[in-house]
Ligand binder design. Structure first.
Ligand code: MIG
Length: 650
């Protein structure tokens, strides 16, 4: 059962699309009003666990932590950091009487969950305007499903988006892209797409290509398709201020940009220099921005990643007036708490100084901040729906609950270190709980230099995440799978992803169509496994136990019941294992995972691109009897239960 309670005059977030009845009162929380804020408090039982919050730091069970929903461009993915790029204000409490709650407000929200052993959940919503959704049902998984059903059908990517993608901040010329495509092809390493980072642009302008490098982008897209690779360009939130430029002029003429208090357009420096931010919270501006993607689709491009949409601001006119500028900005990136804190203060001042026109209702950016990236994703998604007659690929850095209907997310600028592989493992179930099924991290890490061992272990985990993209920064060592000497192990592990596609694609589509999770914690299915957060359930048949420690030759795995252990070393080797703790060997060059009792895993032949995907010639592993296989042409929008058929083991 889901119901809602309204406080004040909530801004429209469109997070929930299903009709939800109003409740007479808040069921679990005591509400106290401050001058502006509302505080919600609820006692926790000593044994209660708390799930949700999507993209945040900390463990999967959020108990004990403090988290702040305030979308932030930050490379500091450490437990001391309360805010990452997204705000996912949903909690599911697992206790004697489980319940769920979604604080639907685009303003800043502080979550203290048995913080400093207070024994309570304390949630401070900085403005009193919000809709509280409450769920009461038998289990935390049910609560998540209720949320996802209320949000509306999850984004459905095309099949090729489930392939392997390569990316790097710094690929600039056609030669760079050819080299990457050939590097994979010549080494037999599968690849479906290459991301284009901001260096493809002309002076970092959205909706432009560097003319010297890409005089005929449609021809280049065709050439790359000939090599079996799709191009996926990045689009940033800010539009360069440049009189004469048609995109800029159109935005100005129609008043589609965010405004200052005095009515002029807000100016902020990002990659292209001074920019205006499209008012994504305005329906007309959204439709305009979405339509601009025609620039790419008419060249044959059908996949995108949206960046800098927290929005990130290097400096603004205001902070520039106070001595900030390109040089000061670069200095602020150097280590140093003082500098960082100063920039953070200026950023708040920036966020408080511009306004949105939410279809007639004026909103100060700061009060609706957490919606900005989500509404950019929505603009793009709705635009691509019109521009294409089939499914598109889209993932965004910033997000809010509801954006999962239009695209996926990646988790931003992590670092090539083992702790961030572990963070990726913790993020995935939490993101799924909040409706972001198509998600993944920068495999191998964005900042810093990756080692062969870390990349192989990371790929072995990412092989199970819907978005499987190797991405790194501009000044790091080469991180492509063919850059670590012997390519055999890379070919094998990325190849495994493709052999698992019949399963990954089926499980994703079924979960999306049925408002379910694709990746979930063990405890959602097996009682008594709450403390085991480094093993996950992937779809209905698999349990994974990724190796996330440097130098490990295997790991301890807990089996809540007897399962089939699968060892992949180029071939699938199956063996039964009994319930309980067991020591499992897993060399860096192989992948070990488990098929649940009574379940099946369909696997395909070795292929090098989703173009070769064959859903007919499958092998069924495991001791189950039948499997629900989802099949379609990988592109059609007509996705439904009719595409699911039961296949049986003979
Ligand atoms: O200020 O486009 O998270 O993936 O490579 C950095 C350059 C801007 C941040 C993204 C990252 C991307 C980078 N971007």
């Amino acid at each position: 059962m889901i119901s809602k309670v309204l406080f004040g005059k909530p801004y429209r977030t469109d997070a929930v699309t299903a009709p939800v009845p109003e409740a007479a009162e808040v069921a679990r929380f005591r509400v106290t009003a401050g001058e502006r804020a509302l505080t919600f408090t609820c006692p926790l039982g000593p044994e209660d666990a708390v799930y949700g919050l999507g993209e945040t730091m900390g463990p999967v069970n959020k108990r004990g932590g403090r988290y702040i929903s305030f979308n932030t461009d930050t490379a500091e993915h450490e437990d001391t950091n309360p805010s990452l790029y997204a705000s996912h204000n949903f909690l599911a409490v697992d206790g004697e009487r489980p319940f769920g709650v979604f604080f639907d407000t685009p303003a800043r929200v502080i979550f203290e969950i048995d913080y400093k052993r207070s024994g309570v959940i304390r949630v401070v919503c900085e403005t009193g305007d919000l809709t509280l959704y409450q769920m009461e049902s038998g289990s935390v998984q049910e609560m998540c499903r209720e949320l996802l059903a209320a949000v509306g059908r999850c984004y459905l990517p095309p099949l090729w988006a489930f392939g392997y993608g390569q990316s790097r901040f710094g690929y600039a010329t056609p030669e760079d892209f050819r080299r990457v495509a050939d590097g994979h092809r010549l080494n037999g390493i599968p690849l479906d797409y290459i991301c284009m980072d901001i260096d493809y642009m002309d002076g970092y302008r959205d909706f432009s290509f560097n003319k010297k490098h890409f005089p005929d982008i449609a021809a280049f897209v065709r050439e790359m398709r000939g090599r079996g690779v799709r191009l996926v360009p990045i689009v940033d939130a800010g539009i360069k201020i440049e009189p004469g430029d048609p995109v800029y002029e159109e935005g100005i003429r129609n008043g589609y940009f965010c405004r200052n208090r005095d009515g002029g357009f807000f100016r902020a420096a990002v990659w292209p220099g001074m920019t205006h931010f499209p008012d994504f919270l305005n329906t007309k501006a959204r439709a305009w921005f979405g339509g601009l993607y025609r620039f790419y689709t008419q060249a044959g491009i059908e996949g995108f990643w949206n960046d800098m949409n927290e929005p990130a601001i290097f400096y603004s006119e205001y902070s520039k007036g106070h001595g900030a500028g390109p040089l000061k900005f670069l200095l602020s990136l150097l280590p140093g708490k003082k500098r960082r804190e100063k920039r953070a203060r200026e950023l708040l001042r920036d966020y408080k100084s511009f306004y949105h026109d939410m279809d007639g209702r004026r909103a100060r950016h700061y009060d609706v901040h957490n919606l900005f990236g989500a509404m950019m994703t929505r603009a793009t998604g709705e635009g691509l729906e019109k521009l294409l007659d089939h499914r598109y690929m889209l993932f965004s850095r910033s997000s809010y609950i509801g954006a999962g209907r239009y695209g996926g997310v990646w988790t931003g600028d992590n670092t090539s270190k083992w702790e961030h592989l572990r963070l990726n493992v913790r993020h995935m179930p939490s993101l799924n709980m909040c409706g972001f099924l198509f998600s993944g991290a920068d495999t191998g890490g964005f900042n810093g230099n990756c080692t062969r061992e870390l990349l192989l272990r990371w790929l072995a985990f990412s092989a199970f995440t819907p978005l499987m993209r190797n991405h790194t920064g501009k000044f790091t060592r080469a991180q492509e799978a063919y850059e670590f000497g012997d390519t055999e192990a890379f070919r094998r592990i990325i190849g495994l992803r493709y052999r698992l596609l019949p399963y990954i694609y089926s499980e994703y589509m079924k979960a999306a169509l049925r408002s379910d999770l694709y990746i979930k914690p063990l405890t959602f299915v097996y009682p008594g496994t709450r403390d085991i957060e480094d093993q996950l359930l992937v779809g209905d048949s698999l349990m994974i136990a990724p190796v996330v420690e440097e130098g490990a030759v295997g790991r301890r795995v807990y089996l809540p019941e007897a399962m089939t252990l699968v060892r992949y070393d180029g071939e699938f080797h199956c063996q039964p294992v009994s319930a309980g703790w067991t020591e499992v060997k897993a060399a860096v060059e192989e992948v070990v995972f488990f098929i649940r009792r009574g379940k099946l895993l369909p696997v395909g032949k070795q292929i090098e691109s989703t173009a070769e995907y064959d859903s007919e010639h499958l092998t069924l592993l495991g001791d189950g009897e039948s499997y629900e296989l989802y099949t379609d042409d990988g592109l059609t929008r007509a996705c439904g239960e009719e595409n699911i058929r039961v296949i049986k083991k003979i």
